[in-house]
Design a protein around this ligand. Structure first.
Ligand code: ATP
Length: 609
């Protein structure tokens, strides 16, 4: 990366477009501030040379102040008052500029973070599988302020450049030798900025990586709170966080030390320059080429030349942090989602729900043959059961349908059209999903059910809850539909959460339903209540139901039996039982477990009386 990557600067300026009026106002204010700053040393010069000294006022000034110019006391009062007015003006301009800049800064940051957030949501699940959420949060939140940060330094740099030119020009008219001498430091500054910028980047990237890791630890720990408490690992997690943060802090302190030493270096270079100018200036006074008052003014100007020079050097140094944040955030924005609408993809209205898998193959990254040669057909409105040992690929098989992942080979047809030829949005509108772990948002129960269709009325939400056998328990809660759930739906039981998620699926009213072991983590009584609701939900929809308990598949039209990623059997329950294959083994294993539960076998020999 260059010291100033101009392509990033150009790209960042695009975010300023909606706020160009504010930017224009800010430029005007900056120019006014720079002009006002040019006037600051003059009251001092007038006091020294014309009030305390005996020199007459320059004709222009004498004309402006009129007779006051001839009375020293009146002139003194006028100059002091003019100095105060100037200070007031500079401060008012600064307040206005701060207001505008804060507004632009905050809005650009919001826009950029929103863009990052939107893009992160567009990325496929395969992308998110590889990323830690904490790192993504760090990228969006902590690095998302880089464009605004860079834009906000532009007026500062522009003001410095303007001040630099103005001060240099005035110094030149007073003593060009001194003015030129003051610029001798520029090459040193240039090389030190270049050296610093190229050497700090790796360190800064490391700091960012460590800081984002710290956030990942917090994020992961907070979302795993129940496990931490259950295993009593609070101390362990605390130590993990401390150790991680300690490395991040140590690295940040080191980088800050480097930044400070760099500033010190820059300031020393300009200090050497100032000393040289002072020496040379005093020599000119001794030789009678310069008056003492003029020397003071020249010194004041040259100090004012160095200030922007220092500022520009230090700012370019500090900007390296922003440039790295830009590199990281642009990298995310430039990563094309691997699952997106194909060119010419068309939306689908309500599908009938006919689904065909044709020789579908899929592997997660780094794994082989998660699914191999899967072919089957589901007619509209059929219930398709999916069974198989753990890890057989059941969840993966159904997650290919809404294109959470993309098959490596083969195709999936919905109503005869390849799902890749449909827009993602319209495809996903056709599918409701009820997962094993009911995922709910914090917010009210009504909001959670309403998530199924955002424009649903209260009556429709209540209807959906009734159909999902959730209405009665909701009405027993003190706040009923307004009951606020904690994060991930804490505040209601697992079975109740599942009924809320079934109500959500009811409300979505999609023609295809995916049920991924929705009752595996509830007791048999709750299971019966949920299954009853699901039976209602399945009516008229093509349903895929993954189940470990085969009894829940009693009315499946077809059952797919998966083993190690292969579809080894398919047919009705009776057909599969006749086949004498894996399904029959699973069936027999479950029936014998059931009978063991009903008639416990006591293996220990009876104790003689
Ligand atoms: P279970 O009955 O235990 O839920 P399943 O039949 O639904 O299992 P899948 O979840 O589809 O099985 O997983 C199939 C295989 O893919 C397993 O070997 C699993 O380890 C692997 N797998 C699942 N998800 C991922 C992932 N995100 N990245 C990599 N491998 C994965």
């Amino acid at each position: 990366m260059n010291v100033i990557p101009w392509n990033y600067v150009a790209r960042v300026l695009r975010y300023l477009k909606p706020y160009w009026r504010f930017a224009a106002a800010s430029i005007v204010l900056t120019v006014l501030s720079a002009l006002a700053a040019l006037l600051v040393p003059w009251p001092l010069q007038i006091v020294v040379d014309h009030v305390l000294g005996k020199d007459p006022l320059p004709p222009m000034l004498a004309k402006v102040v009129g007779s006051v110019g001839t009375h020293k006391m009146q002139l003194l009062v006028l100059v002091v008052v003019a100095g105060l007015v100037l200070a007031l003006l500079i401060n008012v301009l600064q307040v206005l500029n701060n207001y505008i800049n804060t507004k632009v800064d905050q809005f650009i940051t919001m826009d950029f973070r929103s863009e990052l957030f939107l893009h992160a949501q567009r990325m496929s699940l395969a992308f998110h599988d590889r990323r830690r959420s904490g790192r993504l949060i760090y990228l969006i939140n902590s690095q998302g302020d880089a464009p605004a940060g860079l834009i906000m330094t532009i007026p500062l740099l522009a003001e410095s450049v303007l001040t630099l030119i103005g001060m240099f020009w005035i110094s030149w008219t007073m003593d060009w030798v001194l003015a030129l001498a003051s610029l001798a430091v520029v090459p040193f500054l240039y090389y030190s900025v270049g050296y610093y910028a190229t050497h700090i980047q790796d360190r800064l990237q490391r700091v960012k990586s460590l800081e984002s890791e710290s956030l990942s630890v917090i994020h992961e720990s907070l979302s795993m709170m129940r496990v931490i408490v259950a295993f009593g690992r609070e101390e362990h997690e605390y130590k993990r966080f401390r150790d991680q943060t300690h490395s991040a802090v140590a690295a940040r302190v080191k980088v800050t030390m480097h930044q400070t030493i760099f500033s010190l270096f820059v300031n020393m270079i300009t200090a050497v320059g100032s000393a040289a100018v002072l020496g040379l200036g005093a020599y000119h006074v001794i030789k009678g080429q310069l008056k003492v008052g003029e020397l003071l003014v020249v010194i004041a100007y040259i100090t004012a030349v160095y200030k922007p020079l220092e500022l520009i050097s230090n700012t370019i140094g500090a900007l390296q942090d922003r440039f790295l944040s830009l590199k990281n955030t642009f990298k995310l924005l430039d990563t094309e989602p691997d699952i997106k609408d194909a060119p010419g993809a068309r939306p689908i209205k309500r599908a009938t729900g006919q689904i065909t898998y044709e020789a579908v193959e899929f592997s997660y990254s780094g794994r082989t043959d998660t699914l191999k040669e899967i072919s089957f057909e589901a007619k509209s409105g059929e219930v398709i059961g999916i069974v198989g040992p753990t890890g057989a690929g059941k969840s993966t098989l159904v997650s290919l349908l809404p294109r959470f992942y993309e098959p490596k080979q083969g195709r999936i047809l919905l109503d005869g059209t390849d799902t890749r030829e449909l827009t993602l949005k319209s495809l996903r509108q056709q599918i409701s999903i009820v997962l094993q772990e009911p995922l709910l948002f914090s917010g009210s129960i009504a909001e959670n059910i309403g998530y199924g269709r955002l424009d649903a009325s209260t009556e429709e939400i209540v209807e959906a809850a009734k159909a999902a056998n959730a209405h009665d328990f909701i009405m027993r809660l003190p706040e009923q539909y307004n009951t606020i759930l904690g994060e991930r739906g804490a505040a209601v039981s697992g079975g109740e959460r599942q009924r809320i998620s079934v109500a959500r699926a009811f409300l979505k009213n999609a023609p295809i339903l995916i049920l991924d072991e929705p009752t595996s983590s509830v007791d048999s009584k709750t299971e019966a209540v949920i299954l009853e609701a699901l039976d209602r939900l399945m009516v008229g929809r093509t349903t895929f139901m993954i189940a470990h308990r085969l009894s829940t598949l009693h009315h499946a039209d077809k059952i797919l039996v998966l083993d190690q990623g292969r579809l080894i059997e398919q047919g009705t329950q009776e057909e599969l039982l006749r086949m004498n294959g894996l399904y029959r083994q699973l069936h027999e294993a479950q029936t014998s477990t059931k009978s063991r539960r009903t008639h416990p076998v006591h293996s220990a020999a009876p104790v003689p009386a």
